[in-house]
Design a protein around this ligand. Structure first.
Ligand SMILES: CC(C)(COP(=O)(O)OP(=O)(O)OC[C@H]1O[C@@H](n2cnc3c(N)ncnc32)[C@H](O)[C@@H]1OP(=O)(O)O)[C@@H](O)C(=O)NCCC(=O)NCCS
Length: 123
């Protein structure tokens, strides 16, 4: 799944660059949406996120492109690979700025972990 965010003034830290907490929130949220769309009927919660390294600062006005794709699945859990790119609208180019993996566990109505839904259906 592909998604976009615009880095606005309210997303900046006191140095004037994107605050990493917003990026982590977007990564969690967008990969959760991807997992929920791919596995209808599962109520997912985030159980883990892989290493987070911030190697590029991001300026206000940057359009971020997020790509979240399933990278593995177990009995009750799914793994999503998330890559984030900064789009340079002036040149039409982009650069990778962040990548990680996120794991989600499928819960039933009682909040207990439950096997993943069969493809295209309820659990
Ligand atoms: C998610 C939760 C239901 C898991 O319950 P649990 O009894 O601890 O689960 P388990 O240790 O048996 O793991 C369940 C699955 O998650 C996977 N898992 C657990 N910890 C993991 C980790 N650190 N990395 C990757 N996968 C992990 C297990 O491999 C298992 O997958 P499988 O069934 O596909 O083989 C429970 O920990 C919970 O409610 N956490 C809070 C979730 C939450 O509120 N998230 C929002 C952020 S605070």
């Amino acid at each position: 799944m592909e998604s976009f965010k615009l880095v606005r003034p309210e997303h900046l830290n006191h140095f004037g660059y994107l605050f990493g907490g917003f990026l982590l929130k977007w990564v969690d949220e967008i990969s959760w949406i991807a997992a929920s769309r791919d596995h209808p009927g599962c109520s997912f919660v985030t159980v883990a996120m892989d290493r987070a390294e911030f190697r590029r600062s991001v300026r206000q006005g940057t359009v971020l492109r997020f790509v979240a794709e399933e990278a593995g699945r177990g009995r009750t859990s799914v793994e999503y690979a998330v890559r984030v790119y900064a789009d340079h609208l002036d040149t039409g180019s982009e650069e990778p700025i962040f990548a990680t993996h996120v794991w989600f566990v499928c819960l039933d109505a009682a909040g207990m972990k439950t096997p993943l839904s069969p493809p295209g259906g309820m659990p």
